[in-house]
Ligand binder design. Structure first.
Ligand code: 5AD
Ligand code: SF4
Length: 432
């Protein structure tokens, strides 16, 4: 979602006469879009600001001004503290107010004093943004933001705020606009995307399944995905859509965080291990081809060896095509950070290494299971090798293809020749 937000900010500043540059020494304005989810990400902002400060000083020696903005969830969570720690920062703008960036910039230019905006305004920020532009045949569209779940480890409900769903009309307009620019695959984004309940075209609340179904009717949209889903919000209509709508890809990111019921309870996840296993069974019944992905945290306060073993067992029971796993990171203001029994760093490190080794093995196994099979790949970008293009399989695997005739945006039928733990190699079928 930060990538998506950064693109929207760039579009917005474009309307103010700015242009994007890859070279910071060229930039009259630098916007750092930041993440607060774990301490490492949040602290990175300050080391990055050191680099930005050096650049500002260098430019200043050449008689050029540089405006520095910090956006995103660190801005939201730390507000004024950012200016205190890094006085070179001119603008601090939270993820729910970046639509006001031009206005804030003008305020700064007039007052010459740092401007901080971390409100959660009532207005719909999407309505104030310029029309969406595509940067690839695969595009994101935010349909939902914020979260009401309050897992005890997580900052999202505080930094992104409560759940908000955009209306279907706006989303369909965005999708049509993107299709006109050559987009063929849409990924609907939301912190808790399957809790989507926006206003439908008929004025009634629509579920995510209803929205996906409507989007699948747009000519030109070939593939639909959505992320990230909460197990508790995986409703029957969404599960059935995986069976009934061929444009909905056989891929699902479904975090479980821990395999231990005790830890799940302390995390306030509101689901058990058995609930998750039964849910996955039902989704796989509907779509046997499904590639499943997840998020897992090790070292949540109070996690014993047995709890960790339960996580390993759950990984074994389910079998993942890919997964993201993290060491628990205490976040200020969240209930879990107050729990006394925090886990030692070396224990977390060891557990993470064991878990990641197994997950990487499962990913390799999944990739290898596709060798020899045929599938359709949407070509997305240029590869590192001469004549190589990289595309996505229906299961979100990265597929490398050497070709002298296919181009980005093409959907090509291929045969998979080999696999590694991170990608597939394929050749285009002669009739394609
Ligand atoms: N520490 C470690 N990982 C976290 N996540 C969220 N909060 C924390 C935290 N405090 C992970 C969860 C979530 C993903 C986006 O980040 O696994 O699903
Ligand atoms: Fe954070 Fe996801 Fe839990 Fe919401 S459901 S609080 S975003 S981990």
């Amino acid at each position: 979602m930060n990538v998506y937000d950064s693109e929207r900010m760039a579009e917005l500043m474009d309307t103010e006469g700015y242009e994007q540059t890859d070279d910071m020494s060229d930039a009259d304005m630098v916007v750092l879009n930041t993440c607060h989810i774990r301490e490492k990400a949040a602290e990175k902002v300050y080391s990055e600001l050191g680099r930005v400060r050096k650049n500002k000083e260098k430019r200043s020696g050449q008689g050029k001004d540089t405006i520095i903005a910090v956006a995103g969830c660190v801005a939201q969570a730390e507000g004024e503290e950012i200016i205190r720690r890094a006085p070179i920062v001119d603008l601090v703008v939270g993820p729910q107010s970046y639509q006001n960036l031009p206005k804030l910039l003008n305020e700064f230019k007039t007052s010459k004093k740092p401007v901080i905006e971390t409100e959660f305004p009532e207005e719909d920020k999407f309505g104030k943004l310029p029309g969406i532009t595509a940067s690839s045949p695969c595009s994101f569209v935010t349909v939902q933001e914020g979260c009401d779940k309050f897992c005890t480890f997580c900052v999202v409900p505080y930094t992104r705020g409560g759940e908000f769903s955009r209306g279907a009309k706006q989303i369909i307009d965005d999708a049509n606009r993107l299709v006109e620019q050559g987009v063929r695959e849409l990924t609907l984004l939301g912190q808790n995307v399957n809790a989507y309940h926006g206003e439908g075209l008929n004025g009634k609340d629509w579920s995510l399944a209803r929205l996906l179904d409507e989007l699948s009717k747009i000519d030109g949209i070939e593939r639909l995905r959505y992320t990230t889903s909460h197990p508790r919000d995986m409703e029957d209509d969404l599960i059935e859509l995986h069976r009934d709508n061929p444009k909905v890809m056989p891929y699902l990111h479904l975090p479980f965080q821990s395999g231990s019921d005790k830890i799940l309870k302390d995390m306030n996840r509101r689901h058990t291990r058995d609930f998750y296993i039964e849910l996955v069974d039902r989704i796989r019944d509907a779509q046997p081809e499904l590639a499943l992905s997840t998020d897992i945290i090790v070292g949540f306060p109070g996690e014993t060896d047995k709890d960790f073993q339960d996580t390993m067992d759950l990984v074994e029971t389910i079998g993942y095509a890919s997964a993201y796993s993290f060491k628990y990171s205490p976040r200020p203001g969240t209930p879990a950070a107050e729990i006394e029994e925090q886990i030692a760093e070396d224990v977390m490190k060891e557990r993470l290494a064991i878990l990641q080794k197994r997950l990487s093995g499962q990913q390799k196994f999944f990739n290898e299971s596709k060798v020899g099979s045929q599938m359709t790949v949407l070509l997305e970008k240029i590869g590192k090798k001469e004549g190589q293009l990289i595309g996505r399989s229906p299961y979100l695997q990265s597929v490398h293809i050497e070709t002298d005739h296919a181009k980005i945006g093409d959907m090509v039928d291929v045969t998979i020749k080999s696999a590694t733990s991170t990608s597939l190699q394929a050749v285009i079928n002669s009739s394609s």
